[in-house]
Design a protein around this ligand. Structure first.
Ligand code: NIG
Ligand code: FE
Length: 414
């Protein structure tokens, strides 16, 4: 048995005996142990506690690591990304600086449809290599689990190609990966005037193949004016649910059109974005079991009002944080910056942001039994920080990489 013993850890962060989704006030409670030890056996957390409780008779063949001055946290669980994509979109970035809105860029054939053109002209192998590099990049930034969506194919072949790339990433990577089917990201040009035709293609051609090849865990729809309305979202989700795909949805980024209430009715695992929330939306979410996943870097990049994290938390919602890594609205998968922005602009406490990016993120991936906290039996996907004075240093020093090492399944990444 491979054993690693880490001693003298300045602080072990998010140590939990009980697993539960953190709601409202509970988010501010981040259990930690000062001057701690941690024992990992075969890639799994076996034991932890205060240094003075460490028994002297540890297996002397164990690898010993001195954690003096370091904080050790669960790796980030990034529950919303689109990291399989082809080219980047700097032209639109400049257009936006010049004053065009997100909706105007979409109407010009830019936006999602720009990425669709690029994706459909790229081979599966090239896409895989591009996505692999992004996975490596985010893992070194502390991400230990990630959800990845399709949604830039918008044809049977294109969507299958994306989902097969995700399946290959899953097979090769040590990160834990979940896959989401998002053909309802935008209407493709050919179906602009024929929405029922595209929905029919999703339901009768794409979904059966995806289910047969077990290519997706979740179903997603971009529910916004100019994209998919609530009724269309429900039709697509119900078809997905009949194949066992739970909804995990894009709602309330640009408009409040009933996506929250509909998502809750369908027992969605999470409702993501939430820049534009009415009082009623917040109340409905707070009374549900559905997770509200905030994507602050998308609001930042698009210069939109930030998500009302304070109202959501104060109303008693379950809140998670994710990167939304994609070429159009968040060309970064850096969860450290997501956490920092959540503290700086959304006024989340560092404890709330860390909980939302770890344990609640794990719940938003249905991985809470294996990831998201320092708990016996969970996988040793961990962040080791440089020598810092407090966990709040992480969001405070927002532009500095304070990660010393990342461990995935008990092994350090190099
Ligand atoms: O989550 N808003 C919809 N989808 C992505 C953006 C996709 C794109 O612009 O390529 C998002 O922000
Ligand atoms: Fe997204």
């Amino acid at each position: 048995m491979a054993t690693t013993v880490i001693t003298n850890i300045k602080q072990l962060v998010n140590t939990r005996k009980e697993n539960r989704m953190l709601r409202g006030k509970e988010l501010a409670d981040l259990p930690c142990i000062d001057n701690a030890y941690l024992i990992i056996e075969d890639g799994v957390i076996a034991e932890f506690g205060e240094m003075q409780e460490l028994k002297a008779n540890i297996n002397h063949r164990a690898t010993a690591i001195d954690g003096s001055g370091q904080f050790v946290l669960p790796a980030w669980c990034d529950s919303h990304t689109h990291l399989v994509f082809s080219g980047s979109r700097e032209e639109e970035f400049v257009d936006k600086i010049k004053g065009l809105s997100y909706a105007e860029i979409n109407a010009k054939g830019g936006g999602i449809l720009n990425s669709t053109k690029k994706l459909n002209a790229t081979s599966e192998d090239v896409l895989f290599n591009l996505a692999w590099k992004r996975l490596e990049e985010i893992s070194l930034l502390g991400t230990g689990a990630v959800e990845i969506k399709s949604g830039y194919g918008l044809t049977l072949d294109g969507e299958l190609k994306m989902l097969r790339v995700i399946k290959r990433l899953r097979g090769k990577s040590n990160l834990t990966i979940k896959s989401t089917f998002l053909a309802a990201h935008s209407y493709p040009v050919e179906y602009r005037e024929n929405h029922p035709g595209y929905i029919d293609l999703i339901i009768h051609k794409m979904l059966p193949t995806i289910a047969a090849e077990k290519l997706a865990d979740y179903i997603d729809v971009f529910c916004e004016k100019g994209f998919f309305n609530v009724e269309e979202m429900e039709t697509i989700c119900k078809a997905g649910m009949s194949y066992g795909l739970k909804p995990k949805l894009h709602v309330n980024q640009l408009n409040s059109i009933g996506g929250i209430q509909s998502g809750i009715r369908m027992n969605a695992l999470s409702l993501d974005h939430l820049e534009t929330m009415t009082e009623d939306d917040i109340t409905a979410l707070s009374q549900s079991e559905t997770i509200g996943t905030l994507l602050p870097t998308a609001a930042f990049f698009l210069r939109m009002p930030f998500q009302p994290a304070r109202q959501l938390i104060d109303a008693g919602c379950v809140v998670a944080l994710a990167s939304d890594y994609n070429p159009g609205s968040s060309p970064s998968g850096n969860m450290n910056f997501v956490v920092a922005l959540s503290c700086i602009q959304l006024k989340m406490l560092p404890e709330e942001a860390i909980n939302a990016a770890t344990l609640n993120g794990a719940y938003a991936l249905q991985l809470e039994k294996e990831l998201g906290s320092i708990s016996v039996g969970k996988k040793a996907n961990l962040i080791f920080t440089k020598k810092i004075p407090s966990a709040a240093s992480l969001p405070y020093n927002f532009g500095t990489n304070l990660i010393d090492k990342v461990m995935i399944g008990g092994e350090f990444l190099s």
